[in-house]
Structures are given as structure tokens and as C-alpha cells.
Ligand binder design. Structure first.
Ligand code: MG
Length: 423
């Protein structure tokens, strides 16, 4: 079997869902998804000559071929791996279809039939759409009523420091967080939730400094208390800080959150200084998680060896793909660390991640970031009913990833100016 073509399509959803399709001389094609990145489809197109004429069944060898090519081009990590991850998942989809095996079977088989999903509830707001550098935008499917909110946010990157300000942005309250938590648990049966906690508030003195005022620590803690009170002890809750704070203020906030028994506190400090992360972790009983900005096993190695994290959150649409995901999880397991994969993908990428999640022992929960997208469930065919039911994904047994992209729906929301699988 030989690879004959590699094509891409981009759907303008809450993020850019970027799909790579691998075509073969046996008529089998496979589709994978990448985490967004600036210039992503151009990178995938540049990688294509490395794949044409190769046997798609040699997934690990082809992964290594792309990896060493990327190294020669100066990348041992970073967004070139967003491209490689989507290609790698598409290869597994081909291989599964060829051998009549679901991807989880190719990764070692199942520990579990259902994958527990945690719902990302953002900061309690209903809808958002962000471009490839996390700036708000308004695609056609967003209602007009959301556009004024987005217009206020449009000059602020959403993650990291110096975003938003309390005058321009909505001020959240514990009641809003509690209402959102009750709604998500009540209507959809989730057993695990995540909220953003690094939100604009009236107590911020400086959004550039990574500092928190005392009033701000109390206010952010009150938002988390609102969620815990709303859902009780039967639902696991976690909060994301998007690498925004310094070590001592992250420690203060983590300490205040201890009585709430969080599942985890995510990215309290920027991810690249492992010793700083370790200091936050060592100072608190609140479990600390990070990993959405790490690439490959090598990106997780130091944090795991130094005991800097309680939970890791690799994103299989960017960290190197599905087999690399399995390898990252195995590395974490040698340190008795659980894996809660980050995921902002369409159902196709989410299901690809779910195959990894059911094949690894140390799985905790997989993220679902699609609540704000009205057509999320419509993006794939081959599942009976919704992709996520009662807070779980039942991993399909059909060959490959087990679903196909619904091209009619994908085309309707295709990003203008991007090719749609060669059209
Ligand atoms: Mg995060």
C-alpha cells in the first residue's frame, strides 16, 4: 500500500479544526485532526513530499521521518508537531481501516469501554470563537447577540498575561459559575468539570505582572466555591489559570483552594520553568496539572522526573499524535502520574484522543471543549446519537478512528481561503 496524496480542510468553529486526509493506492483514506496553529496547512503541505510513495502502515517510521526532517528545519517541538500529529492520526485511521481494527486495538487494546469526559465550561460564558493566535473573531454561526461581547474582547489575547480588563469585559460572579455548573451537570450528566479561574475582575491592579492582590485571591476563590457548592462532592472540579501568575501568588491561590478538593489546578505558572512549577506543586495539597504546551515524551520528561506535576495534560492533536500519546502516558505511569488529556478538537480529534484514553492504564478524564459549538455533534457520521452521552464517550469499534467527517457540515463551516480536501 502506498500514500498517493495528502490534503487538508479547515473548519471555522470555536477554534480552527484542521483536518488532514491521507489517500492511498488501495482506495482507503484516513483523516486526522491537528491543534490549531498559524500557517498550519502550509506546514502540512510542506511535509507532504516526505509521505508520498511511502507505505502508510509504517506509522512509527514515518513519524520519525517527519521528526528528523523537522529537526533539520530547526524544530524539536512547537507547531510543526501540530501538523505531524494530525498526519499521524490520519495514518492510524488508514492502518485501522486496512486491517479492520479500531485504533485502540492497534495501541494495545482497551482498559475501558467508556472514556470519562470532563466538560470545559470556560468562564461561564456561552459562546466564543478564537483565531490561530487566540484573538476573538465572529464566524457566521455565532449569534449577533454575542458579537458585542466579542468586540470588547477582540483586542486582548485570551490566554497568558495582559489579557482583558475589568472595564471592557464581563465581570463573573460565583452565582454565574454555580448556575453554569448546575446546568452542565444537570442537563448532560458530566461527572467532571473545568472552569477558567484567571478571569477579569475588579481587583486586578496590573494584568502584565502575573501578580494577584489579596482581594483578587479571595474573589477567585469565591468563584471556585460557587462551583463546589453547586455540584456537591459527587462531581470533580478543576480550574485553569493559563500560565498567568508568578510562583508565590500561584501558591497563595492554590492554598486558598485546598478546602475545595479540586481534581486539579491547571497551569498556575508558565510551563517552561520546571523548577518553578515544582515549587508551586510542593507548596500545596491542590493537585497541579500542566502539559498542553509540551511536545513529545521529551517535553514531559523533566517535569515527570523532577516531580513537578501531579497530573499531565498532553494534547494528542499537537504533542506528536496517538502513538506518541501512548508513549507519553507510559512515561507518566513510571512516575505514577495520571493523564488528563487536553482537547479542543472536533468530534473526530476527540474520538482519536478517546482511542488513546481507553488504551492507557493511567487515564483520568478527557477534555471536551465543544459545548459552545452548535454543530459539534453533526461533524461526524458513524456514531448513533450524540458523541458524548451522560459524560462519557463509548469508543467506537469500527475500523480506524471509527467515524467519518460529515463533509456536508464541514463544508458549510469551512474557513474561507483554505482548501477543502483539494477543492
Ligand atoms: Mg488549559
Amino acid at each position: 500500500m502506498k500514500i498517493t496524496d495528502v490534503r487538508t480542510a479547515v473548519v471555522e468553529a470555536n477554534y480552527d479544526w484542521t483536518f488532514t486526509r491521507i489517500y492511498t493506492d488501495e482506495g482507503i483514506h484516513g483523516t486526522g485532526e491537528s491543534f490549531l496553529a498559524p500557517g498550519l496547512t502550509a506546514i502540512i503541505s510542506d511535509l507532504k513530499p516526505l509521505l508520498i510513495g511511502e507505505d502508510p502502515r509504517n506509522v512509527d517510521k514515518l513519524f520519525a521521518k517527519m521528526r528528523w526532517a523537522a529537526s533539520g528545519a530547526g524544530s524539536m517541538g512547537g507547531i510543526i508537531y501540530n501538523a505531524i500529529s494530525g498526519i499521524e492520526a490520519a495514518l492510524w485511521d488508514v492502518v485501522g481501516k486496512h486491517y479492520g481494527m479500531p485504533v485502540y486495538g492497534l495501541l494495545g487494546g482497551k482498559y475501558r469501554d467508556r472514556v470519562r469526559i470532563y466538560a470545559d465550561c470556560h468562564a461561564g460564558e456561552a459562546l466564543e470563537a478564537l483565531d490561530s493566535v487566540m484573538v476573538a473573531r465572529h464566524p457566521g454561526w455565532l449569534p449577533e447577540t454575542e458579537k458585542s461581547v466579542i468586540a470588547a474582547e477582540i483586542n486582548h489575547p485570551v490566554h497568558g498575561r495582559a489579557f482583558g480588563d475589568a472595564e471592557a469585559d464581563e465581570i463573573f460572579t460565583p452565582e454565574m459559575y454555580a448556575d453554569r455548573a448546575r446546568e452542565v451537570v444537570g442537563s448532560q450528566g458530566f461527572t467532571a468539570l473545568k472552569f477558567d479561574l484567571d478571569v477579569p475582575n475588579p481587583y486586578t491592579k496590573d494584568t502584565h505582572s502575573g501578580t494577584l492582590t489579596h482581594a483578587e485571591v479571595k474573589f477567585l476563590t469565591s468563584l471556585a466555591e460557587g462551583v463546589r457548592e453547586a455540584v456537591g462532592d459527587g462531581v470533580d472540579i478543576s480550574f485553569d489559570l493559563h500560565w498567568r501568575y508568578n510562583v508565590s501568588d500561584a501558591q497563595r491561590l492554590a492554598y486558598e483552594l485546598e478546602p475545595l478538593g479540586l481534581m486539579w489546578l491547571e497551569d498556575p505558572v508558565p510551563p517552561e520553568n520546571i523548577e518553578a512549577m515544582r515549587r508551586v506543586k510542593q507548596a500545596t495539597k491542590t493537585p497541579v496539572s500542566s502539559g498542553e504546551n509540551y511536545y513529545l515524551r521529551y517535553g514531559f520528561r523533566e517535569a515527570l522526573e523532577k516531580g513537578a506535576l501531579d497530573i499531565i495534560a498532553p494534547d494528542f492533536q499537537k504533542a506528536g499524535g496517538l502513538l506518541e500519546g501512548r508513549k507519553i502516558a507510559d512515561l507518566a505511569d513510571t512516575h505514577y502520574v495520571a493523564v488528563a488529556p487536553h482537547c479542543i478538537a472536533s468530534p473526530l480529534g476527540t474520538l482519536a484522543s478517546a482511542h488513546v484514553c481507553c488504551a492507557i492504564p493511567n487515564f483520568l478524564a478527557l477534555e471536551w471543549h465543544g459545548m459552545s459549538v452548535p454543530f459539534w455533534n453533526d461533524m461526524v457520521t458513524g456514531m448513533s446519537g450524540d458523541v458524548i452521552r451522560d459524560g462519557y464517550i463509548e469508543v467506537p469499534d469500527a475500523p480506524g478512528i471509527g467515524v467519518e467527517l460529515n463533509e456536508e457540515v464541514a463544508r458549510r463551516y469551512a474557513r474561507p481561503g483554505e482548501p477543502f480536501f483539494g477543492e
